[in-house]
Design a protein around this ligand. Structure first.
Ligand code: NAD
Length: 356
C-alpha cells in the first residue's frame, strides 16, 4: 500500500493544473507547496489554469514495470471522481513519463467514458500529446532570455554556463548555441566540464549517448559543480535541482544574469544577496513557464479535436512568453523591485481579480 496525494490549491483562473511526482521523499507538504507554486506560474503565463499537484511516496526504481503500471492506474481509480478536463488536469513531474501518462489517461477513459484525453497532459503524441512539448521549457526560457538580453543591452553573443544537461538544460544549451551564444561550461550529476572556446552541443549529445556522462568530453577541462556556479560569464542557467545558489556561494557568483530554468534553484537568502550585488535573477515561475504553457496547448488541442504543427505551437509559445516578460519586466522597473517580486505581484493580482 502506497500513500498518494492530489492537492487542489486554487482554481480561480481555470482547472487545477500540475504534475504528479513519484519520489520516496514526497509528502503532503511538498505537494502542497508545489501546487501553490503552480497557481502562481499559471497566472504568470496568463494561461487559463489554476494550481494543483500530485504525488505518490514511492521509489519507482524499485518497482517492476507491471507494478508501476498498476500503481499509476490505482492512483487514477481513486482520483477519477475529483479530476477531469474541466476540473483538474494532471501531468508528468519528477520520475513520471509520457508512458505513465498514457496508462493514466487510458484508465480515466475506462472509468468515465471520456474520449478527449484532455484530462492528462504530457502524453505521447499517439494519444493526443502535443508537438513541441519536449523542448518547450528550454525554448520558453530562451524567448524570455532573448527579450531581457535586449532590454538589458547584453551582447548578441553571450558566454553561458548551464547546470544540468537533462531535458531542460540540454534543450536550452542546444537552442542558445544555435542562436550564437557560447556555452562555456555544463554539468550533470556526474561532474562538470569547462571549454572556454565553447562546447559543441551536438557532439556533446553524441558523447553522452555513448559514455552516459559528459565528463571527459574531448578538449574540455573537468571542474566541480561548485566551481561551475562561480565561473565568470554573462548568463548562469541553473537547470538541475533546487537550492543550488545559497547564502554561502551567492556572494561569489560572477554572472551578469541568472536564468532560473530549474524550480527553486536560488534560496531566498541568496536571492537577496544577488539583488544587492546588482545581478538580476529571472525567476523560475517566469523563465520555465514554457512547459506548462505547451501542456495547456495540449489540453486545448484535445478539447477541440485538433493537432497543431510544431511551428504553430512555438509561435503561440513565443507570443505568450514575450508578452508576459515585457509586462513583468516593465512592472519591476515601475515598482523599482526585482523581477521575482514583480512576477509574484502580477500573479497574485490576476488570481485576486479572478476570485473577485
Ligand atoms: P532531468 O531529470 O531531465 O535533468 C536533470 C539534470 O540535472 C540531469 O542532467 C542531471 O544529471 C542533472 N543533475 C542532477 N543532479 C545534479 C547535480 N548535483 N549537479 C549538476 N547537475 C545535476 O530533469 P528536467 O526535466 O530537465 O528538470 C530540471 C529542472 O527543471 C527541475 O528543477 C524541474 O523541476 C525543472 N522544470 C522542468 C520542466 C520540464 O518541462 N521538464 C518544466 C519546468 C521546470
Amino acid at each position: 500500500i502506497f500513500e498518494g496525494y492530489r492537492v487542489q490549491y486554487n482554481d480561480a483562473r481555470g482547472p487545477y493544473k500540475g504534475g504528479i511526482r513519484y519520489h520516496q521523499d514526497t509528502d503532503i507538504n511538498e505537494v502542497k507547496a508545489l501546487a501553490f507554486w503552480m497557481a502562481l506560474k499559471c497566472a504568470v503565463a496568463n494561461i487559463p489554469m489554476g494550481g494543483g499537484k500530485g504525488g505518490i511516496t514511492v521509489d519507482p526504481k524499485k518497482l517492476s514495470k507491471g507494478e508501476l503500471e498498476r500503481l499509476s492506474r490505482g492512483w487514477i481509480k481513486l482520483m477519477a471522481p475529483v479530476i477531469g478536463p474541466q476540473v483538474d488536469v494532471p501531468a508528468p513531474d519528477v520520475n513520471t513519463t509520457p508512458e505513465i501518462m498514457s496508462w493514466m489517461v487510458d484508465e480515466y477513459g475506462k472509468i468515465t467514458g471520456d474520449k478527449t484525453n484532455a484530462v492528462i497532459t504530457g502524453k505521447p503524441i499517439e494519444v493526443g500529446g502535443s508537438e513541441g512539448r519536449g523542448p518547450a521549457t528550454g525554448l520558453g526560457g530562451f524567448y524570455v532570455f532573448d527579450l531581457l538580453r535586449k532590454k538589458m543591452a547584453m551582447p548578441d553573443s553571450c558566454r553561458v554556463v548551464i547546470q544540468g544537461f537533462g531535458n531542460v538544460g540540454g534543450n536550452a544549451a542546444d537552442i542558445l548555441s544555435k542562436h550564437g551564444h557560447t556555452i562555456i561550461a555544463l554539468s550533470d550529476s556526474k561532474g562538470a566540464i569547462l571549454k572556454e572556446d565553447g562546447i559543441d552541443i551536438k557532439l556533446l549529445n553524441d558523447y553522452k549517448k555513448e559514455f552516459g556522462q559528459i565528463s571527459g568530453f574531448p578538449g574540455s577541462k573537468m571542474i566541480t559543480n561548485e566551481e561551475l556556479l562561480l565561473l565568470e560569464c554573462d548568463v548562469l542557467v541553473p537547470a538541475a535541482l533546487e537550492n543550488q545558489i545559497t547564502a554561502e556561494n551567492a556572494p561569489l557568483v560572477k554572472a551578469r544574469l541568472v536564468l532560473e530554468l530549474a524550480n527553486g534553484p536560488t534560496t531566498p537568502e541568496a536571492d537577496d544577496i544577488l539583488h544587492s550585488m546588482g545581478i538580476p535573477v529571472v525567476p523560475d515561475i517566469l523563465a520555465n513557464a514554457g512547459g506548462v504553457t505547451v501542456s495547456t496547448f495540449e489540453w486545448e488541442q484535445n478539447l477541440k479535436g485538433e493537432h497543431w504543427s510544431e511551428e504553430e505551437v512555438n509561435a503561440k509559445l513565443k507570443k505568450i512568453m514575450e508578452e508576459e516578460t515585457n509586462l513583468i519586466y516593465d512592472r519591476s522597473v515601475a515598482l523599482n523591485t526585482d523581477i521575482r517580486r514583480a512576477a509574484f505581484i502580477v500573479a497574485l493580482e490576476r488570481i485576486e481579480q479572478a476570485t473577485k
